[in-house]
Design a binder for this molecule. Structure first.
Ligand code: UDP
Length: 263
């Protein structure tokens, strides 16, 4: 029996590495988000998608912990996070990566003939527009009602953020995709969700780049084998090697700590 009900998902959360992660499948998440969009929920519900890097950041960043505490859904983005949940014995049903969730959501909305107004926040200048063009070709009922690539450091500029929120609200999107990388996107969502007149916001990392074809995703077999992180580090070693080296050092220790603390 599906856990998705008329009012939403019957909630089961699994506590891993200090994070309460929703134990849900992709189809349930898609159903839930479309319900929230149809309801026009307020304040804005935001969704975070922890991967290994977020799990490591979470241990040391109090602001990220606060942002997670107000998230409406916390989805296991990383294959190693799902694998660890099985090893530890607090099983998550499957990986629900932000970059898979977005196209699944668009496919389901198209299937239901539901028009969707989407705003893209983040990625380099021009990439959002490119993504909008490709999205319109694949999902003709969907309308990208606005794109914005705010400059580096924008999150500290109060006036700029006020204008940005006003511009997003004026576009009246159903869905806001926030692709600013972690933890910036989660902190931004947490800082502004109460002012946003948008039913749902998804913190989705590099998904706008993927939608634009600006960066390729790992081949399907690599994603299935839990090797997307490996593909990404090979493609962008200069940017990601340090991040992944830090994660490779800390994550096994976190898993070990969880195993040790088992009753
Ligand atoms: N980004 C941005 N503004 C910033 C920092 C990052 O728009 O101040 C974008 C960047 O262009 C990329 C995305 O955020 O599109 C983050 O990509 P990353 O690979 O770090 O995300 P991940 O999927 O690993 O969380």
């Amino acid at each position: 029996m599906s856990l998705a009900t008329a009012r939403g998902i019957a909630r089961r959360r699994v506590r891993l590495f200090g994070i309460e992660i929703d134990a849900v499948r992709m189809d349930q998440v898609v159903a839930q988000i479309l319900i929230w969009i149809n309801e026009g929920s307020r304040p804005c519900r935001y969704v975070v998608t922890p991967n290994v890097d977020h799990v490591v950041l979470y241990q040391e960043c109090d602001e990220l912990r606060q942002a997670y505490s107000q998230a409406s859904l916390v989805l296991a983005d990383g294959a190693p996070v799902v694998a660890a949940s099985r090893l530890i014995g607090r099983r998550l049903p499957e990986r629900v990566a932000g970059s898979d969730l977005v196209p699944c959501l668009f496919h389901e909305a198209a299937w239901q003939r539901m028009p969707l107004r989407v705003y893209l926040l983040g990625a380099a200048p021009g990439v959002g527009q490119q993504a909008a063009e490709r999205m319109a070709a694949i999902w003709p009922r969907m309308e990208v009602v606005g794109v914005s690539s705010p400059p580096l450091g924008f999150e500290r500029d109060v006036e700029l953020n006020r204008d940005l929120v006003a511009e997003i609200n004026a576009c009246q999107p159903d869905l806001l995709l926030i692709g600013l990388g972690a933890p910036k996107q989660e902190l931004w969502a947490h800082g502004h969700y109460q002012e946003l007149a948008v039913p749902v916001a998804l913190c989705i990392g590099a998904t706008i780049d993927f939608l634009a074809g600006h960066r390729p995703r790992a081949p399907r077999w690599m994603r299935r084998a839990g090797l997307e992180w490996f593909y990404r580090v090979i493609r962008e070693p200069r940017r990601l090697a340090r991040r992944y080296a830090r994660d490779a050092w800390h994550f096994p220790r976190l898993v070990w700590r969880e195993l040790q603390s088992q009753p």
